[in-house]
Design a protein around this ligand. Sequence first.
Ligand SMILES: [Zn+2]
Length: 178
Amino acid sequence: MMSDLGAYLLAMLTAKAPPAELGMGGIKGLSQAEKAGALGMGNLDLLSYGIGRYKLLGEENEKQPVIRLIVSYHTSKWQIKEYKRMSAAACALSEIVENGIHKTCSGTGRYQGKKCIGCSGTGRREWSDYYIASCIGVDQRTYKNRWKRKYIELVNSLREHEEKAKSHMVRFYSSRDY
Ligand SMILES: [Zn+2]
């Protein structure tokens, strides 16, 4: 059973722009340093840690280190020019950070009582092939034939890292006494 604080923290982390303070009835406000400290506890992998600092805590200066990690873990093996490996990593990171809401279903993933077809039930507005291809710097046909499958795997993997960072923080705070 998740504690009230854990549930509240999860809601905060899921919000697009997390409030600076967690100042809710009886819950001690948490500083940026404390939140960063929670991410640094235990054995969270480096990429999840970086995504946590950049996306969940809004630390802009973590962006480039995270992109470099994504390149070394994922896109370094893509048979594509060096700078395009970097663009692909940056593009995938932007996609999870922006994380737009699918308008048809208002982000619920369901439409008229059924799974929403437009977003396959994810509730997210997926980026178009055209947009991603130009973001990486390849033509649309090359993207579809060679990189689309890998790119989608990459975005899904980054989302898993983000979930890891979230649950890591929630676990840490839930185990503390307030
Ligand atoms: Zn939808």
